[in-house]
Write a protein that binds this ligand. Structure first.
Ligand SMILES: [Zn+2]
Ligand SMILES: [Zn+2]
Length: 470
């Protein structure tokens, strides 16, 4: 019998509300337990005991029981292989196939991924994908079901072991999942699927294979599931906490090789949140992403198709913009001199008079600089710089005597104290200011003027005219 699609109410933002396939309806008028403070008397009501049992209590019991169950080599090898398979069920199945539709899978591959995914004991595909879509849509907000802003431990475990208000989780569209027969079947038969794939199957393999029923139960089943859970939970916690942000730093997702190693390649999470429907997490061939390698391999075997990939051009644009942002932040920490428009306008006569009074003022390209503290450090010697005091040194600074370096122009700008009435650069600014036009200077994201090498105002734009010009 074909699975009956669940009719979901369409909301005016184009999404559909999440309707559990089979569960008690909650009364939205009643106050939810999560809205009451946790006290000594009611703490146990805040705990989601079903989840806590599945992700903590059973495993702790298994750790104790392991004391009496010797670990056999065959069982260990099987547990490791099964760990990778059930982990892939989450990363390649739940995450990249169903939550993000980053590729298409044939029916046999879907059945395999739904089965091993159940073996990792992380909820049904439908429940998991719905939460994950909300996480992407509402990252770091109150509607993000595992927002790292509520704490690292909350994003790792807290959101599952504590009861959550269903009203709080953001809406997402899962109509495609409701039409997927494998997803619907797994959701309806979830408990049976989990018991068989997480416990029954490893027991059968180890028991029938080499007579280690107890080892299959403890190591292949419970402790292996615990390891897969803790590893994949790191995508919600560690991947939002540790590492770099090469594509966008406005939200918490981060890239780190440690997270990638722990999560079968889901560690390039800053990239993933920017390009969620890309079947890759790692875009470089040398980065660790066994989930990507598996999907690629399945494609070669004819099991997967339509692998989605963003154009490299789009990826590099994002990377460049983030680099630009970092440059702007770095630029704003440096001293570029007082902006020209904030400097007092001084007449030539005042400039000469102040220099005569003992102020070491030098005019270059219409900008007045106070070089008092610099005279003794001048690399070209005291005499040359002193000879320019009270004069227009535009030509001698720009090649008349010595063609000063970019660094010299930069340093000079930090000494500026005024602009000359009638000085060349300032006239441009004054005119455009008067006409209320924006000056066509390149500015950074904070509106600060970008001074590129060789573009300082004190740099004469044209070669200084010389007497022997033909
Ligand atoms: Zn995330
Ligand atoms: Zn995702």
């Amino acid at each position: 019998m074909a699975a009956k699609p669940v009719v979901a109410e369409v909301i005016n933002d184009g999404t559909t509300d999440f309707k559990p396939l089979r569960s008690k309806q909650y009364d939205i008028r009643k106050q939810h337990i999560s809205e009451t403070p946790i006290t000594l008397k009611n703490w146990y009501k805040h705990v989601d005991w079903l989840n806590t049992t599945f992700i903590l209590l059973i495993h702790f019991a298994a750790m104790i029981a392991a004391y009496w169950v010797p670990l056999r080599l065959n069982t260990l090898l099987f547990a490791l292989v099964y760990y990778f398979n059930t982990g892939l069920g989450i990363t390649a199945g739940y995450h990249r196939l169903w939550a993000h539709s980053s590729y298409k899978a044939t029916l046999p591959l879907k059945i395999y991924l739904a089965a091993v995914g159940a073996g990792s004991v992380e909820g049904s595909i439908r429940w998991w994908s719905r939460g994950h879509r909300a996480h992407h849509r509402y990252t770091d907000t109150d509607k993000d079901p595992y927002s790292v802003r509520k704490g690292l431990l909350y994003s790792h475990l807290g959101w599952m072991v504590m009861k959550q208000n269903p009203k709080r989780i953001g809406r997402t569209d899962i109509t495609d999942l409701n039409e997927d027969a494998v997803v619907v079947w797994q959701h309806k038969h979830y408990i049976k699927s989990v018991l068989f794939m997480a416990i029954g199957f490893p027991m059968l393999v180890c028991g029938l294979g080499w007579g280690d029923w107890a080892g299959g139960f403890i190591y292949g089943g419970l402790l292996r599931a615990f390891a897969v859970q803790q590893a994949t939970f790191c995508v919600n916690s560690l991947a939002h906490w540790l590492g770099d942000q090469p594509f966008d730093d406005r939200n918490s997702p981060r890239d780190h090789v440690i997270t990638a190693l722990v999560t079968l390649g889901e560690g390039y999470h800053n990239f993933h949140h920017e390009f969620p429907s890309d079947y890759r997490n790692a875009i470089m061939w040398w980065q660790y992403d066994p989930t990507k390698w598996s999907i690629w391999l399945w494609k070669q075997l004819g099991l997967a198709y339509d692998l989605k990939q963003f154009r490299q051009n789009e990826i590099e644009k994002g990377r460049l913009q983030q680099m630009q942002k970092k440059l702007d932040q770095k630029r704003s920490t440096l001293d570029w001199g007082i902006p020209l428009e904030q400097l007092p306008v001084i007449s030539w006569d005042d400039f000469v008079a102040q220099a005569k009074d003992g102020k070491a003022l030098v005019a270059i390209a219409g900008v007045i600089h106070d070089v008092t503290d610099f005279i003794k450090d001048h690399p070209g010697g005291k005499a040359l710089i002193s000879s320019a005091i009270g004069k227009d040194a535009t030509a001698i600074f720009n090649g008349g005597v010595y063609n000063h370096s970019n660094a010299a122009h930069n340093m000079l700008s930090t000494m500026r104290v005024g602009v000359l009435r009638g000085g060349c650069e300032v006239e441009i600014w004054k005119r455009s200011h008067y006409e209320s036009k924006d000056i066509n200077y390149a500015t950074d994201s904070a509106g600060h003027r970008i001074v590129r090498a060789g573009e300082q105002v004190t740099r004469a734009a044209q070669p200084i005219a010389t007497a022997h010009a033909a």
